[in-house]
Design a protein around this ligand. Structure first.
Ligand code: C2E
Ligand code: MG
Ligand code: MG
Length: 714
């Protein structure tokens, strides 16, 4: 029994125990420690829940911070200990086996929210306290004579006993009384406070409105004001306060005194600064992080007219390899070195560098002349990376790709700018890396459309936005139509009809190609049945065949054979009528596992065609190994035959392929036949069937009959 591992509930309780032990000594509560722990338990539970919530909700952390104040944990030390405890133990005890990195980030954000909630609750509490003191003071000053003594005594008691600093002055600013708490705040020295004038308490960090409000108050135009204000302590440090000043009037309503109440917020402010720093800087490199960068970029982009901005978006080339081969700690040291070098590149005013995460960095420059500056900046970064970095006695060469965006402010949002930079950076990468590229609106637009298409793809199938065109396959010997290839199109609501080259790669990338391909197969098979029914068995060459393209991803999909069988059976089509086209590149180097489903389909009688033959590098002898019965010669071969006389080398190659294919019992189809001369050449060379604009462009299914009829009569 004792070996039973702790459940989450036990671990939560343990966290609450640790927390209460840390905070109890600095709490002014009448509870015992175990009672106090019971009060913390629900708060611990809220933190634990917030740690695992799907999205971060600052309100949860703030509520816990506020609840601390409500349980009399008002000492700044209580907050500080709480945050240390959450930082060290929350993930450890309540994190479960979730991803550590994400949990730690969430825990940091929770701490930030807790500190904010704590500060807010404390401020509200202090204000309430301040108001009751003001009221007592006012009562004391305006009471009728017989109650004067009692109310003054009450005021004295409040005045001396209060935890917040209180100061009374006349309207000329001569300080009349200060309480003990206020003396303590100033370091305990009386002469620094007493005998001073209020106006001597200026501080370099005073907001401009502080002294305006003060003037209004002593003139009698304002009853009170609240500000955040710093004071200089005798030792030179700053005392930060929440200051609230009220005007006290005599019985006739004439202004007489001013009463200042101040709460020491110095520690809390430091804590907030620390938390703010942590929330806006990258722990590894110390550089500003994504959050701070976006703040700065937003500010730069909303600067006045005539301002421009330039941004370099850097991604290291091959960083993953370094990380994987030398380990994460070496990777980290490399990133730190890169960060230092980048920092040295951005020293001019208006320049900053930040780490967005992983091996992605950005450098920003602002001002009127960023057109030349950003170029120079990108150049500086490239040369800063040029010198190898020494890690563990190894010299590592670091390279990077940079996307540069430059332009006037006020036209684009930070997200748009960053997206453009990201797209441009990828352009630099795909051009070989180790370079920078300038953003180009047209390239951006293409990439953005690509992105838009990718997101629209999944619903397009449900909405019936795809349709199929059929392109006839013609027998070169007698010119009869033997079948057709199914070619899918997307009728996009905004972009009109899109060719498969625009969306098939995206569908392959997202996996949608599997359902889309199945849909194409279903439609095409049904179409083949419809052709058969209309044509009957009139044709000597048998029923029109249907060719359907298969993507490599579909080949790997386990449902390929069963789906195909089911579709054929449901439609009632013999497998011999179907031909599946697979590109040569998909089969290069394919092992037997990959070929197995194709072989099973071939055994059933389905023809397999090797599409775009000649564009890959497949070994011709390799053809024997593949379950293929047709090769489709790529368009590049027919292109060489457009002129008369045709390119003799092309002729020789095609002749060679045809004779080899025939010796392996394969049928040869040619694609992209655009002229009668080509058709004739290819017939002479021994090709069996052809496809191309010379016969017909891809079109609606009815067209196949028209062609067949023309052929039959012509
Ligand atoms: P593919 O299978 O090689 O298809 C032949 C392409 O050549 C078609 O382009 C066709 O319209 C075009 N073409 C036909 N005759 C001529 C000609 O005489 N001259 C010229 N210049 N071009 C001609 P399309 O329809 O744009 O299809 C492009 C590729 O998209 C296809 O190449 C195929 O690989 C793929 N594809 C089309 N439909 C599907 C599908 O349903 N599933 C999959 N996975 N891929 C498909
Ligand atoms: Mg094809
Ligand atoms: Mg092809």
């Amino acid at each position: 029994m004792t070996a039973e591992p702790d459940g989450p509930e036990d671990r939560l309780r343990r966290f609450a125990t640790i927390w209460s032990r840390a905070v109890f000594p600095v709490t002014s509560t009448s509870l015992t420690r175990p009672e106090f722990e019971q009060q913390l338990l629900p708060l611990a539970r809220r933190l634990s829940d917030a740690l695992h919530a799907r999205t971060h909700d600052a309100a949860e952390g703030q509520a816990v911070g506020a609840a601390l104040v409500a349980t009399h944990c008002t000492d700044p030390e209580a907050l500080s200990r709480t945050l240390d405890c959450v930082d060290a133990y929350l993930v450890l005890y309540c994190g479960g086996d979730g991803p550590q990195e994400a949990l730690r980030t969430r825990s940091a954000r929770l701490q930030h929210a807790m500190a904010a909630g704590f500060a807010q609750a404390l401020r509200e509490r202090t204000l309430t306290e301040q108001e009751s003191i003001s009221r007592a003071a006012l009562n004391a000053r305006s009471a009728v004579a017989d109650a004067l003594h009692a109310s003054e005594a009450r005021f004295r008691a409040v005045f001396e006993g209060a935890a917040i600093g209180i100061c009374m002055a006349d309207l000329e600013g001569n300080i009349l009384q200060v309480n003990r708490a206020m003396l303590r705040m100033f370091g305990g020295s009386e002469q620094h406070v007493r005998g001073k004038k209020v106006v001597e308490w200026t501080h370099p960090e005073d907001a401009p409105h502080v002294w305006r409000l003060y003037e209004e108050l002593v003139r009698g135009d304002r009853e009170h004001f609240h500000v955040e204000k710093a004071f200089s302590r005798p030792d030179g440090t700053a005392l930060w306060t929440n200051l609230s000043v009220s005007l006290l009037r005599d019985a006739d309503g004439q202004p007489q005194y001013q009463l200042a109440l101040m709460e020491d917020t110095t520690e809390r402010r430091l804590l907030n600064l620390r938390l703010r720093y942590e929330a806006t800087h990258d722990a590894l490199t110390g550089l500003p992080n994504r959050t701070l960068f976006f703040e700065r970029l937003e500010k730069a982009l909303s600067a006045g007219e005539g301002s421009r901005f330039g941004l370099c978006y850097l991604d290291l080339d091959g960083f993953k390899t370094i990380n994987d081969s030398l380990g994460h700690s070496a990777g980290d040291r490399l990133l730190v070195e890169v960060a230092d070098r980048l920092q040295a590149c951005t020293t001019a005013p208006g320049e900053m560098v930040a780490r967005l995460g992983g091996d992605e960095f950005v450098a920003l420059t602002t001002g009127p002349d960023t057109q030349t500056e950003v170029d120079e900046l990108a150049g500086r970064i490239m040369s800063a990376l040029a010198a190898p970095i020494r890690i563990d006695g190894r010299e590592l060469t670091v390279r990077g790709s940079i996307g540069v965006v430059e332009g006037p402010v006020g036209e684009r949002s930070p997200a748009e700018v960053l997206r453009s930079a990201d797209i441009t950076m990828y352009r630099a990468k795909s051009a070989g890396g180790n370079r920078f590229e300038l953003a180009d609106p047209e390239a951006d637009a293409r990439a953005i459309t690509r992105h838009g298409l990718t997101t629209a793809l999944p619903t397009a199938l449900d909405r019936g936005e795809f349709f199929i065109e059929y392109q006839p396959l013609v027998h070169l010997g007698d010119g009869s139509v033997r079948g057709a290839e199914a070619l899918v199109r997307w009728l996009h609501p905004q972009h009109g009809v899109l060719s498969p080259d625009r969306f098939i790669p995206l569908a392959e990338h997202t996996g949608l190609i599997v359902p889309l391909g199945r849909w194409v197969l279903e439609q095409s098979v049904r179409q083949a049945v419809a052709w058969q029914e209309r044509h009957g068995g009139e044709e000597a060459a048998g029923p029109p065949r249907i060719n359907v393209n298969l993507s490599p991803c579909q080949l790997a999909h386990p449902g390929l054979v069963s789906d195909t069988v089911e579709i054929l059976e449901r439609a009632g089509l013999e497998p011999q009528v179907l031909c599946l086209e697979v590109t040569e590149s998909a089969l290069i180097g394919a092992d037997d596992e990959v070929l197995k489903p194709l072989r099973r389909l071939a055994d059933m009688g389905v023809d397999i065609a090797l599409d775009d033959f000649g564009t890959g590098y497949s070994n011709l002898a390799n053809l024997r190994r593949l379950p293929v019965s047709i090769v489709k010669l790529d368009r590049s071969f027919t292109r060489g035959m457009q002129q008369y006389p045709a390119d003799p080398v092309d002729l020789k190659i095609v002749e060679g392929i045809v004779s080899l294919a025939h010796s392996l019992d394969l049928t040869v189809t040619v694609e992209g036949v655009e002229t009668g001369a080509q058709a004739e050449q290819l017939r002479v060379l021994g090709c069996d069937t052809a496809q191309g604009w010379y016969y017909a462009r891809p079109g609606p299914p009815e067209r196949l009959h028209e062609l067949a009829l023309v052929d039959a009569t012509g």
